[in-house]
Structures are given as structure tokens and as C-alpha cells.
Design a protein around this ligand. Structure first.
Ligand code: ATP
Ligand code: MG
Length: 578
């Protein structure tokens, strides 16, 4: 698997919530096609695209690429984008999914206005068009079973064989199709097929199935139908009905394009142009809806919005911003050739965005008590802290300080290795925003030998981070006042999959990271976080970005998800390449 680490020219979307196209977009072959079409007035100056999800799962980061492309290109030319539910398969679809899809498209910053459609809106039209094909001798009812049809289809090397029912008289086809619809036949007993070419080099043109019998209720049309159209047929006809101009889809549909064109040509109806682009693949990221559903159903994750999921709902809960995802989709560009993008780029886009907007706060994830023996008992003072040095309008807040504080367990080492500039016996460090402290002695647990408390003295002259003698202190620690701290839970995530290609090998489950979630239940965070609301994002000093969990957080006892850690592998790669 090749990792595409090239970074196309970047474009900043405005920090405002909805997506807009105020800056000139980077050109790509689809944008070029649309521009050329406008220049030649091919579609009367219209640009109408669509995003056509099947409501059989939640949207993921791959869909985001398609959404940004479809909505983006239309918006650039004052066009429109339809949100169309491709709901032709009643067995896998659910209203839970349609609602989630709408929420996620909106969250990403796009608006379909009144252009919300369902393929199922057109079931009547699909039927009428199928009758037209039969009348024109272009479709027939076949009694072969699914297995027999498969056998007759041939292979890439060998041509297919014609069904014995292929040359039925039109009247008989009409009668049988009518009775299929009327519910006279059981599932799988008959299908309607297009009469194209059983020896075509393109297997998709070997008399594809148009309709199948399925005695199943549909979430939109109830029991009105017991025959349902196949994707290839329903899709192009829907595009035609909606007068789409550019029907943008992923590369695997390239071989289906002749069929897309065949249906519309035979029907003699309005005919959009299908254009294929390479789907998004991301390292360490599973993108198949079917497999993501398996993770949900098997309880590997807590749901579609588990913060480790690549779904938009999962990314949102994890703390991703819509801006960072749109920025990512713009940076990866649009190509005709499949590649794999490093997930580090997605994380990098998020870091860049959060760096601008996330307030800096202090949180101690693995607390160790630190007592300042020469600090007056019962005294509290407050330090002013800048909320975000990157954001001049971000303001300041007060941080209380007292005799007992918590520091990070890792920030103390009884036998420090060379180059350890944090706290150790006899060593002095700076407490961020506050004072210099020097470690005088430690308290240990008798049984385990674990350090349970560090005793220090502070230098009152160092208030706010400096001394009259100007001595150099290398280590700066974050801390929270024990008396004022808020208890919190913090969830640390790793990639859900340990393999760059999660689908490598026999079963993707074997590639799961053994412990992709570590829960820390004894964290201490600064009191300003008492007002943190679900979805709020922060930079925990020296830990990077965290977000208040929208599922389990409670007032007074926040739960934080680690959004991204300190390691910016993308920036590192970029640096080493320079
Ligand atoms: P399936 O059809 O197997 O259920 P799907 O991922 O193709 O899964 P759809 O709901 O059909 O799901 O996808 C809606 C749109 O999103 C399609 O136009 C599809 O081409 C596009 N899309 C899906 N996955 C990706 C991806 N990884 N990168 C870019 N576009 C994608
Ligand atoms: Mg699909």
C-alpha cells in the first residue's frame, strides 16, 4: 500500500461555521470540466450536483470528501446540490440513518435547501420507465434464479449465455412484469432484465437486472411495492428526473458508466454526465460501511459515534471541527487515480484549526500531590492566565493557587536520567503562571514504594515566573490547586486499527488495536472547566487537544475525549522532507 504524502496547495476556509467559497479553490479535473461546460453553455449555465447516500449506515470521512466536492463545486457557480437518499433496498435501510446523515451534512457546513429527495419518491416513475423499456423490446422478464443468472453471465474472458426467456414476446413481458408488481410471485422467482448484450466485454452490460421481487416493507413507501429497482437503473433515472448536470461518483462506477448512459439513451430522457473520481482511503482507517456496522453490532465500539470511529458522528464527538475536515478535503485534492492518504494529515488539519481556537487550560491526568511547605496554610491567590496566545480576543482567566497542588506523576522522577529537567529531589522547576518550587523530600507508600507526595519550598520572589537573580529554570510544569480542582474523567484514544491497512489479511478484526481506549478516572482539571459544555474543545497544556464528551459528560464531573495528542507526525514528515 502506497501512502500519498504529497500535500497539495492549501486553501483556508473561513473560520465561520457554514462552508463558503470566498477564496479561489485549487483547480482539479472536475472543476475544469464544470468550468468548460459553463464556457460552452452545455447545461444552460446550470450546475446541479447531488450527494446520494444509501441510508444504510452513518457517513464517514470518505463521504465527507464527496460532500465537499459536490456541494463545493455547485456553490462555486451558484448552483445547487441535492441531498438524495438512495433508498432502493428496503432490507438495510433505516430512518435512524437518514436523520444521522442529514445532521452530519449540516454539521459539515452544507445546506441542501429544499432539495431533499429520495429515490423512493420516484418508484412510480421507475416503474413507468421500465414498462417503456419493455414496450421498446429493451427489457424482459427472466425466470432464471439468481444462481442461474450468475452462471449465464460468463467471466471476463468468456462471453455470457442468453437466457431461454430472453426473447419472450413484449405482451408476455408486460403481463409478467405487471404481475410481479401485483405480488403474484415469490421473492427471487423472476426479475426484469435489460436486453443489452450477453457477449459484451463489459460484464455490466450483460443484461443487468433492473427489478427484483422483494416482499418487504420500505421505510418510506410502506407495503406499496414488492418489486424494487437495482442501483444502476434507479441512480441514472433519478439523476435524470432531478436534472442533475454533473453526476460525480467514485471510480468503481467507471465500468458502470456505459450502463448509466445506455438506460438514459434508450429512454430518450435528459442525460447528465457521470464523472468518476478516486475515493478517499486513509491509513489506519476502515471505510466500509458494512464493516463499520459490524464493529457497532459486535460491540467493538460503543456505537456509530464512538470517538474512535471514522464516522462524522464519531469525529465530531472526538472533537473534530467541520472546518478542519473541510480543510482536509480541500488539501487532499481530487484525482482520477486511487491512493492512500495519511491519517496524520487529517490530524494535522485539526491541530492547525484548534491551535487557533482552543483555549489553553491546565489539567493533570495522572495526579501526584505536591505540598509547598513554606506556603501559608489556608492561603489562596489567583494568577491571570491568557486563554489563547493565538487569539487576541480570547481574554484571560483567573487560576487559583494554594499550598497543595497536583502535578503530573510523570513530571517527578526520584532518580532522574540525564536531561530530565522536570522535578526531582533537590531540583527546581517553574510552575506555569505561578512560582518556582524546589523539591525537598518525598513521601512513599510503605508497601508499594510508590511516591505518594512531593514536598517542596517555593520562592516568593518568583511570582509570575521570574526572579531578581534571573536564574535559568528549564522545566515548566502544569498543575492544579488541590482544593480548587475539579474531578474529571479523560479518555485517551489510539487508532482503532494497528495496521496501516486495516483490511490486510483474512479478517479486519485481527487488525484491531488491542487497547485503543484508555480511561483515566482520577484526573484533576482547573476550576474554569466547571462551565465546560458538551462539545467544548480545549488545549490541555502539554497534552494537546481535548473535547468534552457529548455522551457521558455531566455538569460538575466532565468527561474529556482526547482529540489529538502531542505527536504531530505530519508536521514531522514535512520538516524532514525540507
Ligand atoms: P455502500 O454503497 O457500499 O453502502 P458507500 O460508501 O458507497 O457504501 P453510499 O451511501 O453509496 O456509500 O455513498 C454515498 C456517496 O459517497 C457515493 O456517491 C459514494 O461514491 C461516496 N463515497 C463513499 N465512500 C467514499 C470515499 N471513501 N471517498 C469518497 N467518496 C465516497
Ligand atoms: Mg455506494
Amino acid at each position: 500500500m502506497k501512502t500519498d504524502k504529497s500535500e497539495p496547495e492549501r486553501k483556508n476556509l473561513p473560520a465561520s461555521e457554514p462552508a463558503s467559497v470566498e477564496t479561489a479553490p485549487v483547480s482539479n479535473f472536475i472543476r475544469d470540466i464544470v468550468k468548460d461546460d459553463l464556457a460552452t453553455n452545455k447545461w444552460d449555465g446550470r450546475v446541479v450536483t447531488r450527494f446520494p447516500p444509501e441510508p444504510n449506515g452513518y457517513l464517514h470521512i470518505g463521504h465527507a470528501k464527496s460532500i465537499c466536492l459536490n456541494f463545493g463545486i455547485a456553490a462555486e457557480h451558484n448552483g445547487t446540490t441535492h441531498l438524495r437518499f438512495d433508498d432502493t433496498n428496503p432490507s438495510k435501510e433505516d430512518v435512524e440513518y437518514t436523520e444521522a446523515i442529514k445532521r452530519d451534512v449540516r454539521w459539515l457546513g452544507f445546506d441542501w435547501g429544499d432539495k431533499l429527495f429520495h429515490a423512493s419518491d420516484y418508484f412510480g416513475k421507475f416503474y413507468d420507465f421500465a414498462v417503456q423499456l419493455i414496450n421498446d423490446g429493451k427489457a424482459y422478464v427472466d425466470d432464471l434464479s439468481a444462481d442461474e443468472i450468475r452462471e449465464h453471465r460468463g467471466t471476463l474472458k468468456d462471453p455470457g449465455r442468453e437466457s431461454p426467456h430472453r426473447n419472450r414476446p413484449i405482451a408476455e413481458n408486460l403481463d409478467l412484469f405487471h404481475r410481479m408488481r401485483a405480488g403474484e410471485f415469490p421473492d427471487g422467482s423472476r426479475v426484469l432484465r435489460a436486453k443489452i448484450d450477453m457477449s459484451s466485454g463489459n460484464v455490466n452490460l450483460r443484461d443487468p437486472v433492473i427489478y427484483r421481487i422483494k416482499h418487504e416493507a420500505h421505510h418510506m413507501t410502506g407495503d406499496q411495492w414488492c418489486i424494487y429497482p437495482m442501483y444502476d437503473y434507479a441512480h441514472c433515472v433519478s439523476d435524470s428526473i432531478e436534472r442533475i448536470t454533473h453526476s460525480i461518483c467514485t471510480l468503481e462506477f467507471e465500468d458502470h458508466r456505459p450502463l448509466y448512459d445506455w438506460y438514459l439513451d434508450q429512454l430518450g430522457v435528459y442525460h447528465p454526465q457521470q464523472i468518476e473520481f478516486a475515493r478517499l482511503n486513509l491509513t489506519y482507517t476502515l471505510m466500509s460501511k458494512r464493516k463499520l456496522l459490524a464493529l457497532v453490532e459486535e460491540g467493538v465500539v460503543s456505537g456509530w459515534d464512538d470517538p474512535r470511529m471514522p464516522t462524522l458522528a464519531g469525529l465530531r464527538r472526538r472533537g473534530y471541527t467541520p472546518e478542519s475536515i473541510r480543510d482536509f478535503c480541500e488539501r487532499i485534492g481530487v484525482a482520477k487515480r486511487d491512493s492512500v492518504v495519511s491519517v496524520a494529515l487529517l490530524e494535522h488539519c485539526l491541530r492547525e484549526d484548534l491551535n487557533k481556537r482552543a483555549p489553553r487550560v491546565m489539567a493533570v491526568l495522572r495526579p501526584l500531590r505536591l505540598v509547598i511547605d513554606n506556603y501559608p496554610e489556608g492561603q489562596t491567590e489567583e494568577f491571570d492566565a491568557v486563554n489563547n496566545p493565538e487569539d487576541p480576543s480570547g481574554g484571560t482567566r483567573k487560576i487559583p493557587f494554594s499550598r497543595v497542588i497536583y502535578i503530573e506523576r510523570d513530571d517527578f522522577n526520584e532518580t532522574p536520567p540525564k536531561g530530565f529537567f522536570r522535578l526531582a529531589p533537590g531540583k527546581e522547576v517553574r510552575l506555569k503562571h505561578a512560582y518556582y518550587v524546589t523539591c525537598q523530600n518525598i513521601v512513599k507508600d510503605d508497601k508499594t514504594g510508590e511516591v505518594t507526595e512531593v514536598h517542596c519550598t517555593y520562592d516568593p520572589e518568583s511570582r509570575g515566573g521570574g526572579t531578581p537573580d534571573g536564574r535559568v529554570i528549564k522545566g515548566t510544569l502544569h498543575w492544579v490547586s488541590a482544593e480548587h480542582a475539579i474531578d474529571a474523567e479523560v479518555r485517551l484514544y489510539d487508532h482503532l486499527f494497528a495496521k496501516e491497512d486495516p483490511e490486510e489479511g483474512e479478517d479486519f478484526r485481527q487488525n484491531l488495536t488491542p487497547n485503543s481506549l484508555e480511561t483515566l478516572t482520577d484526573c484533576k482539571v482547573e476550576p474554569s472547566l466547571a462551565k465546560a459544555a458538551a462539545g467544548d474543545r480545549y488545549q490541555f497544556l502539554r497534552h494537546r487537544y481535548f473535547c468534552v464528551d457529548s455522551g457521558d459528560s455531566k455538569p460538575g464531573h466532565p468527561v474529556f475525549n482526547r482529540t489529538v495528542s502531542l505527536r504531530d507526525t505530519w508536521a514531522k514528515v514535512q520538516k524532514s522532507q525540507k
